[in-house]
Design a protein around this ligand. Structure first.
Ligand SMILES: *Cc1c(COP(=O)(O)O)cnc(C)c1O
Length: 324
């Protein structure tokens, strides 16, 4: 028995329609030539808040609005908080975003610019999450978690449905992996529609909590470290309810990349694809450039790389490009 059904995903899609973009799926000639199979980029960079997080956040917030909720709180490395703030405002709700001191300034400012309160606490995603849960307990806020919530997962899963509609013969989907809300949702929807699709998760070597947890066979904590893929930082929660088990059951391969490789992905996106992307979003491109996807997988057919977000600090982006 699954906690999610394909019907839930289609319902989520109807609920968020008109509030979230149906994003373009474009072929990359340079990556297709390299892989010797068609490679497509799913451009979540064009979402109004610059990342796919708007899907899950909008769906979760819509469900809370249906219940008469007026105030929401979340903890986030930036993109989720931004998405919740944007979505909540469209429903006339107030937002408080708890986030750690590791979150880059551009992301904090973006949250404030959306009319939300940015509440900076602690040095890790876990500290921020504890504070969000305290506000939920003591001050009557509704909590919108970044990944481990069935409404959030159903929202992210709409991406999987869109990919299969645009490219029914897709053989590989490559998904940046952190807490696993995106992976669980996309993998679930894609495999429901087309069971032969292969799902590859990609994450960074530095502080990948889901990877450590899959190795350990249960959710474990890892030390958070600075990385170009800062949107992939943070724990998966020791009390993880959904995304750990779903990721474990649906993942076909997991690739870990170092910082130099992630930088090459950002540079390739800029020079060859004319895209400004953040490290977390460049990681699929980086995996392909590194030839980390096995030849055997590529021979199965078309590849979709989910380009998850554009929210990189623009000075950091310039430094990465200049150093290349
Ligand atoms: C959150 C995020 C991810 C990872 O999503 P999870 O659901 O946490 O695995 C990937 N890329 C970007 C840009 C993100 O903001």
């Amino acid at each position: 028995m699954s906690v999610l059904t394909l019907a839930d995903v289609y319902r989520a899609r109807r609920r968020i329609e008109g509030r979230v973009c149906r994003t373009p799926l474009v072929e990359s000639p340079s990556l297709s030539a390299l892989a010797r199979t068609p490679v497509y980029l799913k451009l979540e960079t064009v979402q109004p808040t610059g990342s796919f997080k708007l899907r899950g956040a909008t769906h979760a917030v819509a469900r809370l609005a249906d219940q008469g909720c007026k105030r929401v709180v979340t903890a986030s490395t930036g993109n989720h908080g931004r998405a919740v703030a944007y979505a909540a405002r469209t429903f006339g709700m107030e937002t408080t975003v708890c986030m750690s001191s590791l979150v880059p300034d551009n992301k904090v400012e973006a949250v404030r610019a959306l009319g939300a309160r940015a509440h900076i606490v602690g040095n890790s995603q876990d500290d921020a999450e504890h504070e969000a849960l305290r506000l939920t307990r003591d001050e009557g806020y509704a909590y919108v978690p970044p990944f481990d919530h069935i409404d959030v997962i159903a929202g992210q899963a709409t991406l999987g449905v869109e990919i299969l509609e645009a490219l029914p013969d897709v053989a590989n989907i490559v998904v940046p992996l952190s807490g696993g809300g995106l992976f669980a949702g996309v993998a679930f929807a894609a495999k429901q529609v087309s069971p032969k699709v292969r799902l590859t998760g990609v994450t960074m070597e530095r502080g990948a909590a889901m990877h450590a947890s899959l190795d350990a066979g249960r959710p474990v904590q890892v030390d958070e470290q600075a990385t170009l893929a800062d949107s992939l930082g943070g724990g998966i929660g020791l009390e993880n309810r959904y995304t750990f088990a779903m990721t474990r059951d649906l993942i076909d391969a997991l690739i870990l990349l170092d910082e130099a490789s992630i930088a090459r992905g950002i540079v390739h996106a800029y020079r060859q694809e004319r895209l400004v992307v953040e490290g977390a979003a460049a990681i699929g491109i980086a995996a392909l450039l590194d030839r980390a996807l096995p030849e055997q997988s590529l021979q199965r057919g078309p590849v979709v790389l989910i380009v998850t977000g554009a929210n990189i600090d623009i000075d950091q982006h310039r430094r990465v490009i200049d150093a290349a």
